[in-house]
Design a protein around this ligand. Sequence first.
Ligand SMILES: Nc1ncnc2c1ncn2[C@@H]1O[C@H](COP(=O)(O)OP(=O)(O)OP(=O)(O)O)[C@@H](O)[C@H]1O
Ligand SMILES: [Mg+2]
Length: 384
Amino acid sequence: MTESPIQEPAEERYFELIEQPKYLIGSVAKMLRVNDHVVRDSINLMGLELQRDESRRKARLFSAENVFDIANFRRKRGLLSWDSPPATVVVYSAKGGVGKTTLAAELAVQWGFRGLRVLAIDLDTQGNLTQMMGYDPELEQDEEMPIDSRQLVEYNFGSLFTIPPVLPNPKPLADVLKMPYGANGPHLIPSDVTLANLEDALLNAQVRDFQVLRLLQRGLTKPTLQLDLSHYDIILFDAPPSTSMLTNTTLLASDLCISPVALDALSFKGLSILGGRLINMREQVGRAPAVVAVPTFHREHRRRVTKVMERLNTYYGDILSQNMVRETEEFKRSNVDVEMPISLAFPGSKTAVPDLQNLADEMLLRIKSIMGATSRETGGFDHA
Ligand SMILES: Nc1ncnc2c1ncn2[C@@H]1O[C@H](COP(=O)(O)OP(=O)(O)OP(=O)(O)O)[C@@H](O)[C@H]1O
Ligand SMILES: [Mg+2]
């Protein structure tokens, strides 16, 4: 079939797949954790053209993209500092449904608000992170109603590898990458069921353990047009709960493993399995990530939760995060209604967002100390 040149203007050709919210200045200030006047000053200095809401006395309307553009501008002006070398972080637990994907998506956004350049990589063939960032991995091109190829999930993390015979032809990162909230927001390498090819390829590969580490190091230290990761501050993986080859090589490639522990269950089997795997890894290949266990689904005054916290403190106190994420309906609402992280969907949230902000800050401090960066500021990370 030959392709006919497309005449119509883009807006008519494509139908809108995700409708992203527009924010008033107060919400933007909350997201960036500054005052309204700081936002106003930034947009004036940037010369940012904004939409106006005619029905609200022409109030300025910001898109998510505008918010990250402002964060990026503030960073460039030295108002947000981050001088750590690029870090690789994986959100992983051997247990399913503990909030891994939720944390990965929210941390990517929160770190983006701090002006950090984050690449989130979906490692789960279910594509939950991909969905949470507004893409449908099942969506296929439709001849009658063509879809903007930027909305389609055609490639995944496996597309970057050269592991013949399963993965002979790598794709350039630019073809694989999604930018759900614009160039300055967190970037995404999406996933779909064909990511299973990467697992097959790894099982056949000669040097399996270091495949992910080697790819990342190449992209970070010897960037090429095909694969340039040198732009990123944090590469953040959302891993499935399986003990696959892919999660193994990703753990090995990571500096920090964030492991959510759901406090609604009286079991931290996930943590003990992870601990065992990492001990083996360190013995066998001489390297393993630092671990931080993050309590999620926390509820105050619940006997079971208190009991689990006590046990966590006793057995895993040295790797436990100071901050935790409370259980709240906001997460479920965000998933069902908007397919967008809460940090973007409900910036005024009184429970989830403060928890996520505190956790995002704590994780940055941990990353900073792991990466051994020397900082000009006390406390390392500051938001002016
Ligand atoms: N703190 C929380 N409070 C309430 N609901 C939450 C919280 N964190 C996550 N959830 C909800 O729990 C469900 C599972 O979360 P999520 O998909 O993040 O878990 P997961 O560990 O990635 O799961 P899987 O193992 O399947 O990959 C989702 O519906 C999510 O909205
Ligand atoms: Mg998940």
